[in-house]
Design a protein around this ligand. Structure first.
Ligand code: SF4
Length: 386
């Protein structure tokens, strides 16, 4: 096919896709709490929480956050311990630290803009200003500007990549530079066309076509065009979809070979002394920075000697050491096993950076995911109730 004829065909396909996607979204959009607001702050929080995390997991976290910190100023001024606690369980804690940094920047720049020094905490509306905030990349800036301000800013995340590679039959790896640029172009062309779409008779005057078009791509990827067993029969765009027509749904997107998972093993010590537990806070600059945990150490051994490891860590052998529980979890490509041992009635010298806390105080801390499970195992264990 000649180049100009190919462009013509693609333009016509884009033009046909937009109303199909908008109609489908109007009838099938899930009622999510952040979809009931136009507040850019609330939408921003949802977008950050939704990175790497499923919608059903995010809902209670988002609701709790908005109740506790309903404004940008509240988020900027909250103690670090509070924002970490509100994020506890969501993982990828750099997100919450960047989020607070960005809120503080917005508050500061609001102060500079007023003569009397009263802060005007308005979330920026210009795409470049949103993009310049800590923790906000092209996808998130596009999502916020389109959803909150109905701007024709494209979005491209895992869901959108899947939908677009399938509809357009793109066989190259979406991570490759040229292919990625092409996908951004398609996403931009779609939302650009949505911006020009006239309102239909049944729509309210203030239609949000850019917002809805972008959300329709995300929603289609989440509900219909799923990674496995896409529901092509009920898909609103199946007549235009190359993957469906050519039976290539299973092979697209072509994500290349997955990096092999790496197993890591830790030995943790839940140490009790007169009804208090020894915990420490992870330092800045490491995974799960600022979160709390029970003392632990990594081991490469398949049969680690917990007693010897305890002695190496604390300089004395434990009088009593009992298996408590084993927790397994995954972070990115790491498959982590934490084997915990209970050390009841320990007589330990004070160790720098570690603190004795009552069970109630431990519950108030933002704990790393595996250590939250250790805390609840400790609370239930008869070893600490003898
Ligand atoms: S027809 Fe199937 S493969 Fe194509 S976009 Fe719809 S769900 Fe995805």
């Amino acid at each position: 096919m000649r180049a100009d004829s190919k462009i013509k065909t693609e333009n016509s396909k884009l033009a046909r896709l937009v109303p199909l996607l908008l109609d489908w979204f109007a009838q099938n959009a899930r009622d999510l709490p952040w979809r009931r607001t136009q507040d850019p702050y609330a939408i921003w929080i949802s977008e950050i929480m939704l990175q790497q995390t499923q919608v059903k997991t995010v809902i209670p976290f988002w609701e709790r956050w908005m109740k506790e910190l309903p404004t940008i100023t509240a988020a900027a001024q909250a103690p670090s311990a509070k924002v970490h606690k509100l994020w506890e369980g969501l993982g990828y804690y750099t997100r919450v630290r960047n989020l607070q940094k960005a809120a503080q920047q917005i508050v500061e720049s609001g102060k500079r803009k007023t003569e009397n020094g009263d802060a005007v905490c308005r979330f920026p509306e210009k795409f470049d200003e949103v993009l310049a905030l800590p923790g906000i990349g092209r996808y998130t800036a596009g999502a916020i500007c389109s959803i909150a301000f109905n701007q024709p800013t494209p979005i491209l995340d895992g869901n959108v990549i899947r939908v677009l590679t399938r509809i357009f039959g793109i066989a190259e790896n979406p991570k490759e530079k040229l292919t990625n640029a092409r996908l951004w172009e398609l996403a931009e062309a779609l939302v650009g066309r949505a911006a020009l779409c006239p309102s239909r008779r049944d729509e309210a005057a203030a239609t949000c076509h850019c917002s809805h078009l972008n959300q329709s791509l995300m929603e289609l990827g989440a509900l219909v065009c799923t990674p496995r067993q896409a529901q092509c029969e009920i898909c609103p765009v199946n007549k235009l979809c190359v993957a469906f027509k050519e039976n290539r749904t299973e092979e697209l997107p072509n994500l290349g070979k997955r990096e092999a998972a790496t197993a890591r093993r830790f030995i943790a010590f839940v140490i009790e002394q007169r009804g208090r537990f020894l915990v420490r806070q992870r330092p800045a600059g490491v995974v799960n920075a600022h979160l709390w945990e029970f003392p632990n150490t990594e081991t490469a051994s398949a049969k680690p000697d917990a007693r010897a490891m305890f002695k190496e860590l604390f300089g004395i052998a434990p009088a009593d050491i009992q298996p408590l529980c084993t927790v397994k979890h995954s972070i990115t490509r790491y498959r982590i096993t934490v084997e915990a041992f209970a050390i009841p009635g320990a007589a330990l010298p004070r160790k720098a950076g570690a603190f004795w806390k009552t069970p109630a105080q431990v519950r108030q801390l933002a704990l790393a995911a595996a250590h939250k499970k250790l805390a609840s195992a400790a609370a239930k264990s008869i070893l600490f109730h003898r």
